[in-house]
Design a protein around this ligand. Structure first.
Ligand code: GLN
Ligand code: ZN
Length: 768
């Protein structure tokens, strides 16, 4: 029989933003890096942010306040440091330097010592540092971060619940160190790692921690039966019959449902389980069949930690109520850490009320959690006034939501089906001959280096210090400069350089209706880097042409073709907060329709080549295999919405910003672009083999890595081109860098592109 559940102390959140409401941590960290701030001052800023967070969460009325959710850079890196997983190349720094400098060295690299790899945290826009492990990695409790932060909070009078990345998620997201033998699997280290956690938990218990949260989001993605069985074994070891005293354990999963892992976890002796009932609402259907949950506290993650909308409180409450019928005890929580949303709606002064009324950022979401907790335990009647007021706001804004019937009619008229199918498998048709392009045409991906002067001009225009005419003049001067530069270098297909764009998504969000942009809505992307995602709140329409003026100006300057440059619908969605009141595919098609009009206008204005960037196509790929086909179908369909009406003579390019094609090869084919430029330089063209002979029509595998400041030599570039030609043949090959040049310095760019053109000339001769 199951025993009575141990009481979890009340409502909570899985985690909280840490960069600071005014990005204090970012500023302090960057000043520390540049030597302006000393270590103690940085530590003080960090301590101040932690204190404000703990006090704020406690004062807001949470029953359980998390700690150790702070990080100077990333929680996976923190975990690596806490368990002693320090790659060999950092051993000297670890021995001789301050731990903070070791942390930053692993995150950012040092002269001659490459940083740890960074990659996306599940399907979010947060990036973590990938732990590197091998058979020689000596795992042992290393720093005492979790204990220190627990004590620090306790001294301030806040009893917290330390949060750790769980051992399985840690290993599943790690990679084998370069020196590791080929048959090494990171999961091989689970035995020793669990013993480290046993020690860590004992230390936390000794410091007075009553509850500890272990995050296992890896189990919301597809896992093998062996991995799920291991989950059971690991938590049996951590929770059952401990050899050392331990706190009560909350295992939190998020970003999807636990599915088959839930009954396994429920069978272990962990005290509480956190469920994501937003992305993983499907777990609600199975809880009734898992009697072991009657012995547990289950956290109902009903407040969305990943999006910015107010919660439908009654709907959330009924989810929690369903859960309450199947669990020993239920407490309210967020679906995942609030790390992924901005701090506070109240900081926004420029948004209209019809938008702000719909929004809840981290602080507002904490309020919702607290209110729902009271409704759950005291009954809805106890908080009826607040619940009803929230309900009324939600209803009012839902009714007032920007709806555009014309967009809806146009989309409906097109029917639900896709455009006529793109080219079937091999042999691929030749690219549409937009121009008489030479063999092996040269081009770039779109942006040119953004100088301080350009940024200053944009800022001055935004602030009203530079009028429209003055701004246009500045941008035109820059466009002309970039066009002349490309002609001089000898590129075949030119770009205008994107000087008017701060960011490829924000720019379109600012120029389309249906989006709002915030002043302070910063979200951590990685380390000290933050982004301010636009908020897509209503039907999307294009009030007027967006890029046409700049593109036609650029084209008027040259006889060579200039590419019109657009950001595709999937990428616009991936880097925005999106509506959750309609399927993502419907929103994508609306964006696609707006861009289709832009394409039509660009064509009418005489542009013969148009590029639609989709760097995020792969990024948005769902965690579960079963959801992928449907995703790729709407992703492709929204892209075809953009290019589906072009004249035969118009050449469509697309740019994809990654090199692992595996899962998306079919979709790339379906985009029906004439030319696809992709990242390939870092893998030395190996990716081309993966693409196979059928896809796509013409390909521009990036022949050098724009993320490195090194200027590639002509020999190296010619070598890359020759390798690419071997794979895909001469008539389908383009020569280009592997991404936009925005973040590079002008001299490197000129040198690299000059070498690229020379390499092409050399390779063209060898074809003849
Ligand atoms: N056209 C964009 C640029 O060159 C593409 C950027 C990207 O791939 N992320 O900046
Ligand atoms: Zn790119």
């Amino acid at each position: 029989m199951t025993s009575a559940p141990s009481p979890f102390p009340g409502s909570t959140v899985i985690g909280y933003p840490r960069i600071g409401p005014d990005r204090e941590l970012k500023r302090a960290t960057e000043r520390y890096w540049s030597g302006i701030l000393d270590r103690d001052a940085l530590r003080e800023t960090a301590a101040g942010l932690r204190r404000d967070t703990w006090n704020g969460l406690r004062d807001a009325g949470l029953g359980s306040v998390p700690s150790n959710t702070f990080s100077y850079y990333d929680q996976m890196l923190d975990t690596a440091l806490s368990v002693g997983a320090i790659p060999e190349r950092f051993a000297r720094i670890a021995e001789q330097e301050d731990p903070l400098d070791l942390l930053f060295a692993m995150a950012r690299g040092r002269e001659g010592i490459p940083a740890c790899e960074m990659t996306k945290w599940f399907d979010t826009n947060y990036h973590y540092l990938v732990p590197e492990l091998g058979p020689k990695t000596r795992l042992a409790p290393a720093d005492r971060k979790a204990v220190d932060e627990f004590r620090e909070a306790a001294e301030l009078g806040v009893r917290t619940r330390p949060v750790l990345v769980g051992p399985l998620t840690f290993l599943l997201l790690a990679k084998p160190a370069e020196q590791a033998p080929a048959d090494f699997r990171t999961l091989d280290l689970i035995g020793p790692l669990v013993e480290v956690y046993v020690d860590l938990l004992a230390e936390l218990a000794a410091a007075g921690a009553e509850w500890v949260q272990l995050d296992e989001p890896a189990f919301a993605a597809d896992r093998t039966p062996e991995e799920i069985a291991l989950l059971g074994k690991v938590y049996d070891r951590l929770a059952a019959a401990p050899s050392r005293p331990r706190p009560r354990l909350l295992v939190a999963s998020y970003f999807g449902e636990l599915g088959p892992a839930l009954p396994v976890l429920a069978r272990t002796a962990v005290d509480a389980i956190g469920l994501d009932l937003v992305a993983g609402a499907a777990d609600l259907d199975s809880v009734a069949g898992i009697p072991d949950l009657l012995g547990k506290t289950v956290l109902a993650g009903v407040v969305d930690g990943r999006n910015v909308w107010r919660t439908d409180l009654d709907a959330a409450l009924s989810k929690a109520t369903v859960l309450a019928g199947a669990a020993g005890r239920v407490e309210i929580s967020t679906s995942c850490s609030l790390l992924h949303v901005p701090y506070d709606v109240d900081a926004e002064t420029k948004l209209t009320a019809d938008v702000t009324d719909r929004l809840a950022f981290a602080r507002q979401k904490v309020g919702e959690v607290v209110l729902l907790g009271r409704a759950l335990h005291e009954g809805r009647a106890a908080v009826a006034a607040e619940m009803d007021a929230a309900r009324a706001t939600v209803d009012r804004v839902a009714a007032a939501k920007g709806r555009d019937d014309l967009v809806r009619t146009r989309l409906a008229a097109r029917g639900a089906g896709p455009n006529p199918p793109g080219p079937a498998a091999a042999p691929p048709p030749a690219p549409r001959p937009a121009q008489r392009q030479p063999a092996l045409p040269t081009t770039t991906i779109g942006s040119f280096p953004q100088t301080g002067a350009i940024r200053a001009d944009r800022a001055a225009h935004r602030a009203g210090r530079l009028d429209d005419a003055g701004y246009t003049e500045k941008m035109r001067a820059e466009i002309e400069r970039v066009v002349r530069l490309q002609e001089k270098i000898g590129l075949d297909v030119l770009v205008h350089g994107e000087p008017e764009r701060n960011d490829m998504v924000q720019y379109f969000a600012e120029n389309l209706d249906g989006f709002a942009t915030t002043e302070h809505g910063w979200v951590q992307s990685y380390g000290s880097r933050c982004v301010r995602p636009p908020i897509l709140h209503s039907d999307v329409t294009r009030p007027k042409p967006i890029t046409v003026e700049w593109a036609t100006y650029a084209q008027s300057l040259s006889d060579r073709p200039v590419k019109g440059m657009l950001t595709g619908p999937v990428t616009i969605l991936a880097w925005s907060f999106v509506r959750d009141d309609q399927p993502l595919g419907d929103t994508a098609r609306q964006v696609g329709l707006a861009l289709r009009d832009e394409v039509t206008d660009l064509e009418a204005a005489g542009l013969t080549i148009i590029q639609v960037d989709e760097p995020a196509l792969r990024e948005l790929l769902p965690l579960h295999e079963r959801d992928r086909e449907a995703y790729l179908a709407w992703a492709v369909d929204s892209f075809r919405m953009v290019n589906g009406a072009v004249a035969d003579a118009t050449q469509i390019h697309t740019h994809l910003c990654y090199s692992e094609f595996g899962e998306v090869v079919g979709a790339i084919d379906g985009l029906d672009a004439d030319v696809t430029t992709v990242e390939a330089a870092r893998s030395r063209m190996e990716v081309l083999a993966e693409l196979g002979p059928g896809v796509p029509r013409a390909l521009g595998p990036g022949i050098y890595d724009v993320h490195s400041p090194e200027v590639p030599g002509t020999d190296e570039l010619a070598g890359q081109l020759t390798a690419a030609r071997r794979h895909i043949g001469a008539d389908r090959l383009w020569a280009n860098p592997d991404c936009g040049l925005k973040t590079r310095g002008e001299p490197e760019v000129v040198a690299a592109l000059t070498n690229l053109v020379e390499a092409v000339h050399r390779v063209r001769e060898t074809t003849a």
